[in-house]
Structure formats: structure tokens, C-alpha cells
Design a protein around this ligand. Structure first.
Ligand code: IPM
Ligand code: MN
Length: 352
């Protein structure tokens, strides 16, 4: 009997449902062509449900997430909800509770896509960021004292555990080996100032690195990494870093690969269910206009199939995207694609 996968779909807010619809169209085309099944369960968690019912992420839904083979997320973020609520209670809670300890974010410039970097092309812009996804400044550790007074004190602590850091580094080394490109792994940190946190990272990096003699190790401070990503992006093969630095440098990465319209990511637990998403937000100003670019969501779908073990189907989606970018799609920016959201989905599905 053909394999079948249970996919939990969270379209989420704003343009999330529009891009997820196209992603699903493409996934269905791939499943038909390559002979495996996809059974979807839709979850309406997000800003609208919260505004209507006050519910964020019920425990029962979280339990159902754990029973899926993968999760496919559109976007979380609603203009009528105060920043921090949906992000923390839905997105971050899912990352933490499902131990999605890797955030894998490829920075790849496809031929035909414009980069703001002068004299750089697809040969120079092709690396992957491995972002730690469950610790650092994201845990909520810290607190506030005397809030709203002139004596207010706000403390936000970065939690770095040897276990959490090491499992992330180990994934990064394995990934660099498997990617088999330049076999170079760069630790991005701030050892000159964050002398506790990045001392731990640095020691663990070189210790774990001994087990990977085939991988070249390199280190750069995060501020310099921003500089190199713009000046010499070709220096990177795989970069590994903590949660916040990874968040920041992957927005920069998204821009040099053409924009949010094409940037996808995977929130990965290598031993259990993982969640895949376009890394851009809910883009409320484009909602319902058939203008948002679904390629990031489509590529997130390809990444999902790759992790599920459907490598051929995954490559077929990526090839179809590359083909469309080369010959049909004018720009990866929303509203400038030369066709609508649905037409992009139709085209990629057709190319598969
Ligand atoms: C991302 C987003 C999230 C993050 C926000 C929405 C909490 O920016 O996935 O990069 O900071 O991780
Ligand atoms: Mn971000």
C-alpha cells in the first residue's frame, strides 16, 4: 500500500490561508505524481479565533499536533491583537512543546530572481542557517519590577543549556556533512561580549567539531556576519547560531535571496513531528487581494516532503519553482509577480 502522511494545516492569519491553499495545491500535485497520500486536518488557531472565542492554543489541539506526521503553517499575527500574544502562545508554544529545536532556513538565490546585492548571483548566495529554536532570549526567562515607575527594572535572560546547544550544533554538523557542498560550518556568536553564553557555544562547537574532521569550522561575531552576508555571502555554507541572532540574520538572508516571498523555513524536531512555514508574516495589507507570493509556502511544502522522506517529490517542487522563476514570474515581490497568487500555484502544480 502507498504511504500516506497526516498533515496538520494551520493557515493562520492574514494571507496565511491564501499561500497555504497554493502550497496544498502543489503538494497534492506532487502526491498524485509520486504516489503517496496526504491526509490533511485543518486547525483554525490564530488571531480570528482568539478574537472570537479568547482561545489561543488549546491543550487538546497541541496534543493533536503531536499525533501528525508534519505541520504546515501559514502565518501567525493579527493587526487587532497586541503584539506578543499570538506569537508567544501559539507559535513559540508550539516550538517549545513539540521541541522543535532547529529552525532551518535556507538562503538561496534562484536564477531569475533579483538580489539587492551588486555583482552577486546564485553561485554566491546559497547557504543555510541553522537557528537554535527553543532557548536563548526566547524562553521568557526574566521579569519586570516596579513596572511603569521611574525605577522600573526589566530583565530578559538568555538561557543556553549545554544539552540544547549541543543538540543544535550536532544537527548543524550532520546537516553540513549531508549537504556535502563546501563542508564548512560557521558559528555565529558574540564571544567578545556575551562571554558566558557564547563561551558555552564556542567550547561545545569545537568539542563536537572533533567528531567531524571532514567539516571545516569557522567563527564570526554576529555583527560581522551581517557584514559578510552582504559583502561576501559566498563565504557561508552552513551557519549555526542562537535563537535571536538566527531570527535577525535570517531576515537579512531573506532579503539577499530576493525577499520574504521566497524565504521558507522548517521548525524541526529530528525525532518527531516538525512544522514548516514561509518565514514572512501575515502581511495583512495584502489579505484577500490574490497578490501575495505563495512560493515561500510552496518551498516550505517541499522542505516538509524532504523531511518526510519523499525526496523525489520535494526536488520536483523545487525544480518547478526554479523553472517558473526563470521564465514566468516577473518578481518575487507581492503584487509584482506578473500574475496572481492562485496563478502561481496553478503554474507550479502544472510544472510538476
Ligand atoms: C520568525 C518570527 C518569530 C520569531 C516571531 C513571530 C515570534 O519572527 O519566525 O522568525 O521571532 O521567531
Ligand atoms: Mn523572524
Amino acid at each position: 500500500m502507498a504511504k500516506s502522511y497526516k498533515i496538520g494545516v494551520i493557515p493562520g492569519d492574514g494571507t496565511g490561508s491564501e499561500v497555504i491553499a497554493e502550497g496544498k495545491k502543489v503538494l497534492d500535485a506532487a502526491s498524485k505524481k509520486f504516489g503517496f497520500g496526504l491526509q490533511y486536518t485543518f486547525y483554525d488557531v490564530g488571531g480570528d479565533r482568539y478574537l472570537k472565542t479568547g482561545e489561543l492554543l488549546p491543550d487538546s489541539v497541541l496534543a493533536e499536533f503531536k499525533a501528525q506526521d508534519a505541520l504546515y503553517l501559514g502565518a501567525i499575527g493579527h493587526p487587532d491583537v497586541k503584539p506578543g500574544i499570538l506569537e508567544k502562545q501559539i507559535l513559540l508554544r508550539t516550538r517549545f512543546e513539540l521541541e522543535l529545536y532547529i529552525n532551518l532556513r535556507p538562503v538561496k538565490l534562484y536564477p531569475g530572481v533579483e538580489t539587492p546585492l551588486k555583482n552577486k548571483g546564485p553561485n554566491e548566495i546559497d547557504f543555510v542557517v541553522v537557528r537554535e529554536n527553543t532557548e536563548g532570549l526566547y524562553t521568557g526567562a526574566g521579569g519586570v519590577f516596579k513596572k511603569g515607575t521611574p525605577d522600573e527594572i526589566a530583565i530578559q535572560e538568555s538561557i543556553n543549556t549545554r544539552k540544547g546547544v549541543e543538540r543544535c550544533l550536532r544537527f548543524a554538523f550532520e546537516y553540513t556533512r549531508k549537504r556535502n557542498k563546501r563542508k564548512k560550518l560557521t558559528l555565529v556568536g558574540k564571544t567578545n561580549v556575551l562571554t558566558y553564553a557564547f563561551d558555552l557555544w564556542e567550547r561545545a562547537f569545537y568539542e563536537v567539531g572533533k567528531e567531524y574532521p571532514d567539516i571545516t569550522t569557522d567563527y564570526t561575531h554576529v555583527d560581522a556576519a551581517c557584514m559578510w552576508m552582504v559583502k561576501n555571502p559566498e563565504w557561508f555554507d552552513v551557519a549555526v547560531t542562537d535563537n535571536l541572532f538566527g531570527d535577525i540574520i535570517t531576515d537579512l538572508g531573506a532579503m539577499i535571496q530576493g525577499g520574504m516571498g521566497i524565504a521558507c523555513g522548517g521548525n524541526i524536531n529530528p525525532h518527531a513531528v516538525s512544522m514548516f512555514e514561509p518565514i514572512g508574516g501575515s502581511a495583512p495589507k495584502y489579505t484577500g487581494k490574490n497578490q501575495i507570493n505563495p512560493l515561500a509556502a510552496i518551498l516550505a511544502g517541499a522542505m516538509m516532503l524532504q523531511i518526510l522522506g519523499e525526496e523525489k517529490a520535494s526536488s520536483a517542487i523545487e525544480d518547478a519553482v526554479a523553472r517558473a522563476l526563470k521564465s514566468d514570474i516577473k518578481s518575487v515581490e507581492a503584487g509584482r509577480m506578473g500574475m496572481g497568487t492562485r496563478e502561481v500555484g496553478d503554474l507550479i502544480a502544472k510544472y510538476i
